[in-house]
Design a protein around this ligand. Structure first.
Ligand SMILES: Cc1cc2nc3c(=O)[nH]c(=O)nc-3n(C[C@H](O)[C@H](O)[C@H](O)COP(=O)(O)OP(=O)(O)OC[C@H]3O[C@@H](n4cnc5c(N)ncnc54)[C@H](O)[C@@H]3O)c2cc1C
Length: 376
């Protein structure tokens, strides 16, 4: 029987980052994926690194997101150095475009919200915003510059993290999906694969939106898929420096000249069909934001499945089963939250306490809700 200090189910950016961090701390780590690693949500994402909340429900996530943003440059540096691969990190800030007639009111609300949460945000006149990003539509009324935000090429980063993990001694098992969590009394003793049992002192569930299908994990990781459709564009005569947001969509420039446009949020199960309505929403929003994109070539379209949780917040940390940890449910922020997730799991495994308050994200919160009769 294979034995590890830590067995991780799921080799996306989250499982890969945890494996990398634990191997660097000297632990023997086995990383298990049911297919080729790094080809699910971590491949499909846009790679925006923004701790700003997208809705009021996401405000509790801001401190964790800020903590992850603060360690991102160092995380990228270590991954690039050990893997020898670039992660396409662009610490150039992001710009929110405001088109509404009540732009002045919206601008002061957005700025006050950001400052209240300790996030840097600068109000811009339409002229100043268009000077920074000339491709934005002339209909622009105002803008908000968030200078500390960034983006990363998540496909490149995920491959680099997996390579860095391998170089640091992590043992990979592709095509080895976890079927169940193995328990002995109140303790988790590893993972059950299709034809094999893996023994581990610690077991981490990091299988993205598929985590709930691992027997014994669903009560702690009741995640479901939230589909997002994306389009990659290329234009010879239009350049975008920063991530651009409008009310409808975002545009993410890559170092190789592509401009990613996204994304929809759809609850349609595990299917990943591209739809006429989804692509229309993205493309019309993109052209409204940057009219010059009307002439851009469509290079690629795809859809991916985000791991969403019942309250849309990540599910992180220890369960009431000794040795069983969960790291999933990162929903729209898993690329941003990978470094802090890896650090927290490493602290838990090696120190049994963590440096950031993660009670709010405990896998036990759904059990409490069920026990009180609330929907799980
Ligand atoms: C369209 C889109 C846009 C996004 N944009 C952003 C963004 O701009 N910024 C941001 O921060 N986040 C973004 N996200 C979210 C981010 O991509 C995810 O939160 C993150 O990738 C989740 O990583 P993960 O490793 O948990 O999951 P995944 O990348 O899905 O990896 C899970 C892995 O588990 C494996 N697996 C499944 N079942 C099993 C099993 N039984 N046993 C073993 N392995 C298993 C899978 O094969 C997969 O490799 C976006 C997502 C999408 C889809």
């Amino acid at each position: 029987m294979k034995k590890f200090d830590v067995a991780i189910a799921g080799a996306g950016l989250i499982g890969g980052s945890i494996a990398f961090e634990l191997a660097r701390a000297g632990l023997r780590v086995g990383l298990f994926d049911r297919q080729e690693p790094g080809k699910e949500s971590s491949w499909a994402g846009a790679g925006i690194l923004s701790p700003a909340p997208e809705s009021a429900a996401m405000i509790p996530l801001v401190p964790l997101a800020k903590a992850s943003m603060a360690i991102y440059p160092e995380f990228v540096r270590a991954v690039e150095e050990i893997s020898g691969q670039s992660a396409g990190f662009r610490p150039k800030g992001t710009l929110q475009a405001i088109f509404s007639r009540d732009a002045r009111e919206e601008l002061s609300t957005v700025i006050a919200l950001h400052h209240g949460l300790g996030l840097k945000a600068e109000p811009l006149s339409a002229a100043d915003a268009r000077e920074l990003e000339p491709s934005i539509s002339e209909d622009l009324e105002a803008g908000v510059l968030r200078p500390e935000e960034a983006s990363v090429d998540n496909r490149a980063l995920t491959q680099a993290v997996l390579a860095a993990a391998r170089q640091s001694g992590v043992e990979f098992f592709a095509g080895s999906g976890a079927e169940a969590v193995c328990r002995e009394g109140g303790r988790c003793i590893g993972l059950q694969l299709q034809n094999e049992r893996i023994e581990a002192q610690w077991t981490v569930i990091a299988a993205g939106c598929f985590s709930a299908s691992i027997r014994g994990a669903a009560t702690y990781a009741p995640v479901s898929p939230a589909k997002g459709q994306m389009v990659s564009l290329r234009s010879d005569d239009l350049k975008i420096e920063r991530v651009l947001w409008s009310e409808k969509i975002y545009l993410v420039p890559r170092n190789d000249g592509r401009i990613l446009a996204g994304a929809t949020v759809e609850y349609t199960g595990f299917e990943r069909a591209l739809t006429a309505g989804g692509l229309e929403k993205i493309l019309s929003g993109a052209i409204e934001l940057a009219p010059g994109l009307a002439g851009a070539r469509v290079e690629e379209t795809w859809a991916g499945l985000r791991p969403d949780s019942p309250d849309h917040l990540p599910i992180l940390g220890a369960t009431d089963v000794d040795g069983l940890l969960v790291a999933t449910g990162h929903f729209r922020g898993g690329i941003l939250l990978a470094p802090i997730t890896a650090r927290l799991v490493r602290e838990w495994v090696t120190l049994q306490h963590v440096s950031v308050d993660w009670e709010r994200f405990s896998p036990m919160r759904f059990q409490a809700a069920t026990a009180h009769g609330a929907p799980a």
